[in-house]
Write a protein that binds this ligand. Structure first.
Ligand SMILES: [Mn+2]
Length: 340
């Protein structure tokens, strides 16, 4: 690891990271920078946009910086156009505090944003719902929830804010991480929060249409290719997308959203895996589990992370070699799980 960790104001160190602590920190500071993970999806974008709206309602300065761009499907959210890349920050960018949202580990913010945070030397408030989050911030608000958006909603409720734009951004986060309330993380609290967000004016239908009904031709072709060429063996379904397939189908690297979820819908499948070849000899592996096996533990064994039912990792190497390695480990774990 390069660079120094942000310095910690002494009085923050031992504070109990309750909601009140976060609210106090917001009140005591004026300028905030917000960020989230690489390849940001609905929860990442929705949570950061909602938190920025909350901070602005309180008269604070808040800027969102992300290493990767906002996906097309989330650009309808209010304020998405104002999200900065690490290279287009305004002159004199000088936050007092960082909010890092929905990041299972500090590395997930991306190398450039990580360096930026370290360069500012300012403390991190880490807000997240991933069980594997090690608590890399100076303040770590880590709570079990279906989405980070629900943790931001707690802040909004505590501040008695009632705002359709905040609600819509948070609802998008909740819909994205529960896959429209279909994933096993959909619990009573997720539905209660969803109802409360609708009561605050969240545009539920607009969220669904944007998240699920804006597929591009490239996405459809990649999905078609993956479905046609998927392999099925012993409760595992997997598909690979080599670089040449993207070129041949005229598809872009990010046009694989929801693809692995489609693979999981096959009856009898316990785990679905998508192997996506990236430039520079790397392979992005995405896991979805239907029951039993915790794919986040599998992803962690390869340096990745995520949730019990949805996780991923990034490996260096040839596509075929990565595939062999990962499937071998997956089969081993699945066998151990069956006999255990
Ligand atoms: Mn999330």
């Amino acid at each position: 690891m390069s660079g120094k960790r942000p310095s910690i104001p002494a009085q923050l160190e031992k504070r109990d990271p309750s909601l009140e602590t976060i609210l106090d920190l917001i009140k005591e500071h004026e300028r905030f920078a917000l960020t989230t993970h690489l390849s940001p999806e609905g929860d990442a974008i929705g949570s950061t946009l909602a938190l920025r709206l909350i901070l602005r309602r309180l008269g604070k300065e808040a800027l969102i910086v992300m290493q990767d761009p906002v996906p097309q499907s989330l650009k309808f959210l209010k304020g998405a156009e104002g999200i900065k890349g690490p290279r287009d920050l305004p002159e004199g960018f000088d936050p007092q505090l960082w909010f890092v949202l929905d990041c299972a580990s500090f590395e997930r913010v991306g190398e450039q944003v990580k360096r930026l945070i370290e360069r500012t030397g300012k403390p991190i408030i880490n807000i997240d719902h991933h069980v594997s989050n090690p608590g890399f911030g100076q303040i770590n608000y880590l709570r079990q929830a279906a989405a980070t958006a629900q943790l931001i909603f707690q802040l909004s409720l505590a501040l008695k804010l009632n705002d359709p734009e905040i609600a819509t951004a948070l609802y998008a986060g909740l819909v994205a991480d529960t896959d429209a309330f279909r994933n096993a993380n959909t619990d009573a609290q997720a539905l209660r929060d969803a109802a409360a967000l609708l009561e605050q004016g969240a545009k539920a239908h607009e969220v669904i249409v944007n998240l699920y009904e804006r597929r591009t031709p490239g996405e459809l072709r990649l999905l078609g290719h993956a479905l046609l060429h998927a392999h099925l063996d012993g409760g595992i379904i997997w598909a690979e997308l080599p670089l040449e397939v993207f070129a041949r189908l005229g598809a872009l690297p990010h046009e694989t959203e929801h693809l692995v979820d489609e693979l999981r819908t096959v009856e009898g499948v316990k785990v679905a895996v998508l192997f996506k070849e990236l430039e520079g000899g790397r392979v992005k592996v995405s896991f979805r589990a239907k029951e039993g096996l915790k794919v986040n533990e599998l992803a962690q064994s390869f340096g990745g992370g995520g949730h019990e039912q949805a996780a991923g990792c990034l490996l260096s190497g040839e596509l075929a070699e990565v595939e062999r390695l990962v499937l071998e480990e997956l089969k081993r774990r699945l066998d151990a799980h069956r006999s255990g």
